[in-house]
Design a protein around this ligand. Sequence first.
Ligand SMILES: NC(=O)c1ccc[n+]([C@@H]2O[C@H](COP(=O)([O-])OP(=O)(O)OC[C@H]3O[C@@H](n4cnc5c(N)ncnc54)[C@H](OP(=O)(O)O)[C@@H]3O)[C@@H](O)[C@H]2O)c1
Length: 338
Amino acid sequence: MSDRKTILIVGVTGMLGHRIAAAMLARRDCVARALIRPGGYQGEKARRLDELRGRGLQTAEGDLLAPPTLPAACRGVDAIVSAVEGGEEVIVGGQANLIEAADKENVPRMIPSDFSVDPYKLDHDEHASLALRKRTHEAFRGKQVKSTSILQGTFMESAVNPILELVDWDRRTITYWGDGEQPCDFISMTDAAKYTAAAALDDGLSGRLLRVTGDVLTMRDLHALLEEFVGRKLEAQLAGSIEDLRRIIDERKRQDPADQYAYSCYEYVWTMVSGKGKLHPLDNDRYPDIRPITMREFLFRDISRRLVGLRSVLRPMTIRESLARNPSLDWETGISNA
Ligand SMILES: NC(=O)c1ccc[n+]([C@@H]2O[C@H](COP(=O)([O-])OP(=O)(O)OC[C@H]3O[C@@H](n4cnc5c(N)ncnc54)[C@H](OP(=O)(O)O)[C@@H]3O)[C@@H](O)[C@H]2O)c1
């Protein structure tokens, strides 16, 4: 009998989830099983799944919103990684269903879909989507299955994408909120996945947080690096103070709290530039064999190599436009997830 641990990954057809599955399979010291939704996949998602299956990924059908489909997928599993994305229904309700099934099947540990700045330093109403993540953690109360929350900062892919409205490649501007001197945490999605795979196999993290990141830069540092990367000047757009940003978010929330697209990326930027979501202390030393890439390496090595990614980064889009055009857009490659 194999003594390799079995890890169930939920969300393998997604941006982060498929990288987590690839990182698990690359380790060769565990069995990777994925929960996939019934009905089959088309396009990029089907391609990702075929590729992962070719490398040994096992699959079980199920849906977080259909609780009876979950226990079979959890059976015999040593840890679960959830990399799902969605609204309250999926993040709170769906993950609570998964926690329930994991508990029933005696799964000792689950990594919920956090992968963010530190949500525990934020007040409840400061970030709507991270507040949902905190609510998910309540579902672990009184359960044998323990959580391991992984906090990693902002994905480098997201930071340089116009969707976050920090970089506008078309107008050649960088938006500053405040003085640009606050250090922020950045990590590539591939490194986020490597740390997640390591944490899924690390029983010492039962009931604990893991804070890891790839690079710590101020907006001024990022600005200088991006100018070097594109070989031209990017004008600093002084949008206002950090308090101004908070006021804009609160005003948009007041106008229409349900319209999260109007404020969710601004909220994310606020957690970065205010320093409120800063990760501290960092646990990178826990896994000395993982050397995450810096923003410089990401730009000059990773992004430059992947021209598809570069094209999408250079394509200017507002949050509204990009989501209206394609609600399941892969932020990194610009390829539809649908
Ligand atoms: N720190 C950062 O800068 C940053 C940036 C982006 C994302 N993130 C975080 O990373 C995590 C993953 O995000 P992502 O962008 O990779 O997600 P994504 O690409 O949108 O993928 C979402 C995944 O969730 C699955 N899913 C959704 N509803 C489900 C359900 N009811 N049952 C089973 N599976 C379901 C989807 O499956 P189907 O294919 O079947 O729909 C898909 O595989 C999220 O927590 C997100 O907030 C962090």
